[in-house]
Design a protein around this ligand. Structure first.
Ligand code: PTJ
Length: 257
């Protein structure tokens, strides 16, 4: 039986997100490790103030421009991202002309099918990753390195929400532009990605959809400038400073109690 969350509960939004993940786990979309990963994400979200910060907004703008400029963008979908943002990821694929590929870290055929089914429920017409033929990303042990030969393997830009560090590093080594969504700015994924959106996927992906729609109306030179002037090191540092600032502020207001 699912938990009834009173809308007046001060943590209602966060509890609802948790509940969505638990439902995803019951449907075999989310793995047990995904529940643990979410707890880690929640802790960082607290430090960010549970809102899209200016550095995250900057990264989202750069990510949107990179998706628009890409020749073959692919969105990698795992259990957590499907459970939390399937509808918005399908919208993003459609607005940015990107492919959707199911690519799981804890890969089982059953979960691959369930994640693909969820994407189709939200209108995805083509879901890659389930193909019999597989390409292997060099540097990763099978099956973690499997990718669709018509998807991530040939993509120039790959969006990897909540990704594992090894895969991000391996994709970068293949020369791909990697856009990560990760609440932890210190993770290997965040550090290795070309663009790291330090934000909760439930806020980041809808904003990414709006940004792609907005920037598609701008002239190509302006979009290219946004993409080329972006600096991930600086943006990550700004996210970390923001967390530090909040901690400092909270430690000062809590002192003496
Ligand atoms: O579905 P699978 O089998 O592909 O597995 C998915 C998980 C997430 C279990 C797998 O990729 C994994 O183990 O990831 P990690 O290495 O735990 O990394 C997940 C990262 O996502 C961590 O840095 C978390 O802080 C971050 N994270 C967790 N929840 C969110 C998040 N980032 C953005 N939004 C969230 N809601």
């Amino acid at each position: 039986m699912s938990l009834q969350i009173p809308p007046t509960h001060p943590r209602a939004v966060s509890l609802r997100i948790r509940q969505t993940l638990i439902e995803g786990w019951k449907r075999d979309v989310v793995t047990e490790a995904g529940l643990i990963a979410h707890g880690r994400g929640e802790a960082f979200d607290y430090l960010l103030g549970e809102s899209t910060t200016p550095p995250a907004a900057n990264a989202i703008e750069a990510a949107a421009s990179s998706l628009i400029l890409a020749s073959y963008p692919v969105i990698s979908v795992n259990g957590n991202s499907a459970a939390l943002a399937a509808r918005e990821l399908v919208q993003l694929a459609s607005t940015s002309d990107a492919k959707l590929e199911v690519n799981l870290f804890h890969r089982t055929e059953k979960r691959m099918v369930k994640v693909a089914k969820l994407l189709r429920e939200y209108g995805a017409t083509e879901v890659l990753g389930l193909h019999y033929l597989r390409a292997t990303i060099p540097g990763l042990d099978s099956p973690r390195g499997w990718a669709d030969p018509n998807g991530i393997f040939v993509a120039d830009v790959v969006l990897v929400p909540l990704e594992d560090g090894d895969r991000t590093v391996a994709l970068r080594r293949l020369g791909k532009k990697v856009i990560a969504v990760d609440l932890n700015p210190l993770s290997r994924t965040s550090q290795a990605a070309s663009i790291t959106i330090v934000d909760n996927i439930v806020r980041a992906v809808p904003r990414l959809v709006s940004e792609v729609k907005r920037l598609k109306k701008k002239d190509a030179k302006a979009v290219r400038r946004l993409s080329e002037s972006y600096d991930n090191r600086k943006t990550l540092a700004a996210s970390i400073r923001l967390m530090l600032g909040r901690l400092r502020q909270l430690s000062e207001t809590s002192s003496g109690e």
